[in-house]
Design a protein around this ligand. Sequence first.
Ligand SMILES: *[C@@H]1O[C@H](CO)[C@@H](O)[C@H](O)[C@H]1NC(C)=O
Ligand SMILES: *[C@@H]1O[C@H](CO)[C@@H](O)[C@H](O)[C@H]1NC(C)=O
Ligand SMILES: *[C@@H]1O[C@H](CO)[C@@H](O)[C@H](O)[C@H]1NC(C)=O
Length: 494
Amino acid sequence: MIKTMNSIHLILLICLSFTILLAQSAPQDAIVTHVPGFDGTLPSKHYAGYVTIDENHGKKLYYYYVLSERNPSQDPVVLWLNGGPGCSSFDGFVYEHGPFNFEKTGSLPKLHLNPYTWAKVSNVIYLDSPAGVGMSYSGNKSDYITRDTTTALDSHKFLLEWFTLYPEFLSNPFFIAGESYAGVYVPMLSYEVMKGLDAGDKPTLNFKGYIVGNGVTDAVFDGNALVPFAHGMGLISDELYMDVTKECQGNYYNPANNECESKLEKVDQELDGLNIYDILEPCYHSDSSSKIRLENTNLPLSFRKLGETERPLPVRTRMFGRAWPFRAPVKAGYVPSWPDLLNSEESVPCTDDEVATAWLNNEVVRKAIHADPISVAGEWELCTGRIRYYHDAGSMLKYHRNLTARGYRALIFSGDHDMCVPFTGSEAWTRSLGYPVIDEWRNWKVDGQVSGFLQGYDSNLTFLTVKGSGHTVPEYKPKEALAFYSRWLEGKKI
Ligand SMILES: *[C@@H]1O[C@H](CO)[C@@H](O)[C@H](O)[C@H]1NC(C)=O
Ligand SMILES: *[C@@H]1O[C@H](CO)[C@@H](O)[C@H](O)[C@H]1NC(C)=O
Ligand SMILES: *[C@@H]1O[C@H](CO)[C@@H](O)[C@H](O)[C@H]1NC(C)=O
């Protein structure tokens, strides 16, 4: 009897020390023990902290790591990046696929569990990048003048350091994902990872592929996408479409003559007043926007419903800066920040960062999530004007070509009511890569309902639309987003 007890004790002891050993591989000072605003028990472990990229400069990148609510030791690890440039990945955490829905109450928001969080099926790292964005910063302000190439190198360095801190996740399949200007970050970082693997960089990342949503990709494809989108969506007349096509000869990106330019200006006028992030939405979902929606829109109710989200709480009334403003696609060189483009914040219609700003600038919250105080890291802003960013990498097509040719899987998705990076551009550039079609244009469904369309190409390239969604798909269509995301990650038919 006693002997049995002893061996049980021994087994328990072994199990216990094993758990302690396992747990110790993740940095213990990074664990988030409580999340201010949330009362319940966290459905999975959360970690957060900084990785130093440059000791001399004190250049530090902030991450928030949410473990899978399913099977963290087997589920993929996904790095998430928001765009801008200059926008924090807390945009994804707070407004898109993070573990919580934020309810606006009093001074600090109340947090509820998000049934459609991507942490249902994956371990997600939210990274603020480059330094100067969100909670990431540098002790040497010269680092705030930056570019695509530097950003990719720094993020790659971050990944190598991060996986050194969390070696127990090295064997999980690893993916890189993002939206909007992360259409540049994602393929460039993926390419750095691929080069690092070729060069034998340690640790060895189990990199499998990447995901881009409404991503900025190529000045010509993106620049030429708006006019056909506006016509197809019924936003400009047949006459104007014929005129602009005739004058511009399909070159809307870089008008070759005054006639073309003046027709394009007419197109702009017709589109004026629409929400470029979702043409069906005057403002983002909230009490005040639903009021605006009812009073000020001429769209029939069935159309308005298309843009509604299943998120249980109104998340924002204002929204800005996740990509270029209207008709200003990616061009080489300096990329103006939103504060550059605007004289005052009041002049941005339909934008909101209220709950995120209140939460992330509260010192108790910052302490709990291991972000440095405002006095050190600066105030958190959804999209910052503190960096000067240069687009120095040109078109992303060469990176997509290389990565897909090497067998990395790629999912390129598009909310089909986004006018900021319209699906017409993403559809055209994915097709232009010239891979044979292996899954011909068809719909995909959630709960028996058509949720969008997709075309599958050889070389594991998939182009997918999300019906009725705006620029930030997981925000507008959280349930559908989780559905295609989890099916794709698992390599199932979407
Ligand atoms: C900041 O970094 C730049 C470039 O490395 C260097 O020339 C400069 O001396 C640094 N400034 C400070 C205050 O350390
Ligand atoms: C892509 O791959 C080709 C052939 O392996 C190589 O020559 C080229 O430099 C690579 N990189 C880019 C960015 O195209
Ligand atoms: C597609 O992806 C799968 C899973 O990663 C891989 O085994 C396969 O080789 C890829 N196919 C191509 C054509 O690259």
